[in-house]
Design a protein around this ligand. Structure first.
Ligand SMILES: Nc1ncnc2c1ncn2[C@@H]1O[C@H](COP(=O)(O)OP(=O)(O)OP(=O)(O)O)[C@@H](O)[C@H]1O
Length: 258
């Protein structure tokens, strides 16, 4: 088995009297593509928020790439190599498509304050490189023809793609995708599945995916974790999860997209 990249040990969080997540244990090895599923309100997004420093767990330990990240700020977690997209698209809607990606790329820029204030040659060469890189990211997602459009003018499915392109520009090791296919039509979802597989290969990514579209999850994930009422109720290969009694029960009464 390849290197252990993420270890989540007995992690939980409480909001007032509500245990939104408790006793969560997960392991991800470098290069894996893993699904995180569960009915509405199961604690999936809350788990992402803990993995990205937005929420501090009230119990347990998160180790990413050998370092404890429990008490890191979201910015520190991003710098350490974890990047995400959001369930509700969060683009800079009044910036261009290209600038949305450049902003993410900028957060990693290494040129010094002096070089940027005095606009030294190293600043310009850094800027050019960043722009070229950002355009490369857009090309992968078929977004380069729209690079000068305002993000808000892109069709919905393209905005979802742009979110992923922007997350990638932060050069993560671990990419967390929160319902990337939400609101997409079947063809767009199919294309997205291909893209997720492609970027994993191209950028040596490890990917954790929250998704309600079971066809997508079962189609591309190697392993799946299932949450219900904040607790892990199952973990295994897609075919194991599909036939798991606890999982079927948890989903009874839920609308499952096939
Ligand atoms: N900041 C918060 N304060 C209080 N309760 C919260 C907070 N964030 C999440 N919760 C609660 O935690 C529980 C889990 O919510 P979460 O959004 O993680 O579920 P989810 O599995 O992502 O659901 P969905 O599929 O509907 O997005 C819910 O009961 C939710 O109301």
């Amino acid at each position: 088995m390849s290197d252990l990249l993420l270890k989540v040990e007995n992690v939980g969080i409480q909001f007032g009297g509500l245990k939104a997540v408790s006793g969560l244990n997960m392991e991800m090895h470098a290069g894996e593509l893993i699904g995180l599923i569960g009915p509405n309100g199961a604690g999936k997004t809350t788990s992402f928020n803990m993995l990205t420093g937005v929420y501090k767990p009230t119990e347990g330990t998160i180790i990413f790439n050998g370092k404890k990240t429990n008490n890191m700020s979201p910015h520190q977690v991003t710098k350490s190599g974890v990047s995400r997209t959001f369930q509700n698209i969060r683009l800079f809607k009044d910036l261009s498509v290209l600038d949305n990606v450049k902003v993410a790329n900028h957060s990693l820029a290494h040129h010094s304050v002096i070089s940027s204030i005095f606009r030294l040659p190293s600043y310009f060469s850094g800027e050019t490189k960043m722009e070229q890189e950002s355009i490369e990211f857009l090309k992968i997602f078929g977004l380069d023809p729209y690079m000068n459009e305002l993000a808000k003018n892109l069709p919905y499915g393209m905005q979802r793609r742009l979110e992923i392109a922007r997350a990638l520009a932060a050069k993560p090791k671990l990419l967390l995708l929160d319902e990337p296919a939400a609101g997409m039509n079947p063809q767009e979802t199919q294309d997205l599945m291909g893209l997720i597989a492609l970027i994993r290969e191209k950028f040596d990514l490890t990917i954790l995916l929250i998704e309600h579209d079971m066809g997508l999850v079962m189609g591309i994930c190697e392993r799946i974790y299932v949450l219900d009422h904040g607790q892990l109720i199952a973990e295994g290969k897609p075919e194991e999860i599909r036939n798991n009694k606890k999982v079927i029960e948890a989903y009874l009464g839920e609308e499952v997209t096939e």
